[in-house]
Write a protein of this length. Structure first.
Length: 266
């Protein structure tokens, strides 16, 4: 299929970028997992000192370091991982369309006997594959280090979290690729997607602090990215599925239409 050919070309071009980000997230996953046994014995003191901080930024559920699952939900997936995957998704989407316009290579691609929708879906498929690789590179080192260190591990909980991470990453990438179809410069895309995600984070934190503003949390991705629920309770809410899938589908359809009908000055 032509879509797969476009995706293969895109994966080849973005290979180094994907490798670098995967190395970074794998290193962090190994580091957080490796130091857990030494922190577990100090769990009570740590929770007393920083537990409220996690609550203040909107972490849902019981704050605890008593298990590897609850520890990773706080240390790895509460803040660090969403930021990393957002930067990763933005870099991929920016290079996919806005970057091609900047370099003047999109014109050559559009000159090929390919439909614009084929090009968009090819680049979208590249992002989905890349997000999946990123998620696998996150979860696998945790499981391996936990097995080597004889730590108690709930494999199904991490599998559920991998699915949640994939849904979140796909939604962010879909939104970013949509904006990439709109802008001629990557910097505009990076600024906008970064501002949106940061604003969502702030909204979620404010909603956790102010009971009168609790309704605001429903407009934030971070409310639906409940890693504490997936890792500790092995559960993803129906609202998380609905929001992430809806954003992904809507952004992809809109991005496809923009690329199909937009006039490019190249």
């Amino acid at each position: 299929m032509k879509t797969i050919r476009v995706a293969r070309r895109e994966l080849s071009l973005r290979r180094n970028n994907i490798i670098i980000f995967c190395i970074i997230v794998a290193f962090l996953a190994i580091l957080y997992t490796a130091i857990y046994p030494s922190l577990q014995h100090q769990a009570t003191q740590l929770i007393n000192s920083i537990g409220n901080v996690y609550k203040d930024v909107g972490v849902v559920g019981k704050v605890s370091f008593s298990t590897l699952q609850s520890y990773m939900a706080l240390e790895m997936f509460a803040i660090t991982w969403p930021i990393l995957v957002t930067v990763f998704a933005a870099s991929l989407s920016g290079a996919a369309l806005s970057g091609e316009i900047e370099k003047g290579t999109l014109g050559m691609l559009l000159a090929l006997p390919l439909k614009r929708t084929t090009i968009y879906f090819g680049k979208y498929l590249t992002g989905i594959i890349s997000i999946a690789i990123f998620v696998i590179t996150t979860i696998t080192p945790i499981i391996l280090i936990a097995k080597i260190g004889h730590m108690d591990l709930q494999f199904t909980h991490f599998a559920t979290t991998a699915l949640l991470c994939f849904l979140f990453g796909t939604a962010v990438y879909s939104l970013a690729l949509f904006f990439s179809a709109l802008f001629n410069e990557k910097t505009h895309l990076y600024g906008l997607i970064g501002s949106i995600i940061f604003l969502m984070y702030v909204i979620n934190a404010v909603a956790a602090l102010k009971s009168s503003l609790v309704g605001l949390r429903y407009v934030s991705f971070f409310h639906y990215f409940n890693a504490n629920g997936s890792l500790v309770s092995n559960h993803i809410s129906n609202s998380s599925y609905l929001i992430f899938i809806s954003v992904s589908v809507f952004s992809t359809l809109m991005g496809t239409l923009i690329l199909k009908y937009r006039d490019f000055i190249i």
